[in-house]
Ligand binder design. Structure first.
Ligand code: UDP
Length: 255
């Protein structure tokens, strides 16, 4: 895959339009599935997300890393609920994220942007292992980094590894894309309560005290401890990835 010319360089060289020069995009596996059929990975949906990622990187000069989930393929709690060993079931979930990461890699590269999949579970024939300094180097060279296999440990979802990796690579924000039609953080579930209102901004403490289920609480507390903001936004609206990166008032900023 050819590298994108001129994409390497210091933050000072980049256009000033991006609010966050380096970001982690958390994509749920289900965002890659089809909403109208039972396709686990819907090629058109993946292509649309990939083209937005590639375009945002090209136009804004941002360094973007993606943490992709695996819920469209397997969730650890599903197997555990059926009596499976939890750690085994979670490992299956992590392997699901690798499948999604490869689908995304293929689609982003077909948009002309170089990528690297970095897995927390060693898979030498398929992708690189996650090494923090290498991830940063890839980003500096203009490659989209795709984190696979979460953090490599069971008993987590991909929310907490998204936060962990964001802190490790010194990203300025986690962009948490939603796919359920809920375009931010609300006072109550807007699908059930028509009186629910969306916050433009909310503190970590309030998310916790109101028990608002936007991300795993482990991820929320980690982000609070490390002063890492989270922007919750609707991933399915075209143009929103770019909008989130440029600081348009979409979604809810938790900080
Ligand atoms: N998982 C895990 N450790 C991790 C990340 C993920 O065990 O660090 C497993 C867990 O079983 C989880 C599954 O992988 O249910 C898929 O990830 P997730 O539920 O976050 O997918 P998403 O909801 O984002 O599609």
């Amino acid at each position: 895959m050819a590298e994108t010319p001129g994409s390497a360089g210091s933050f000072a060289d980049r256009p000033a339009r991006a609010r966050w020069p380096r970001a982690v995009l958390k994509l749920s596996g289900e965002a890659l599935a089809s909403s109208s059929s039972d396709e686990t990975i819907d090629a058109r949906t993946v292509r649309r997300i990939a083209s937005e990622i590639a375009e945002s990187c090209d136009e804004l000069g941002v360094e973007l890393a993606v943490m992709v989930g695996g819920g469209n393929i397997w969730r650890g709690t599903t197997g555990a609920g059926e009596g499976m060993d939890r750690a085994t079931s979670d490992t299956m979930g992590m392997l699901g994220t690798v499948i999604n990461a490869l689908a995304l890699q293929d689609a982003i590269e077909r948009e002309g942007r170089a990528t690297r999949v970095l897995s927390a579970i060693a898979m030498a024939e398929v992708c690189e292992p996650y090494i923090r300094r290498r991830a940063i180097r890839h980003l500096e060279k203009g490659r989209v980094v795709i984190f696979a296999a979460g953090m490599g440990n069971p008993y987590f979802t991909t929310d907490t590894p998204a936060a962990l990796r964001a802190a490790e690579i010194e990203a300025g924000v986690i962009l948490k894309g939603t796919h359920s039609g809920v375009d931010g953080v609300y006072s109550a579930d807007p699908r059930r309560d028509p009186g629910a209102s969306r916050f433009d901004e909310i503190s970590f403490a309030e998310v916790m005290s109101r028990d608002l289920r936007v991300m795993d609480m482990t991820a929320i507390t980690f982000c609070m401890d490390n002063a890492l903001p989270i922007l919750v936004f609707d991933l399915m609206t075209p143009g929103n990835i770019r909008g989130a990166l440029t600081g348009q008032s979409i979604g809810t900023l938790i900080r």
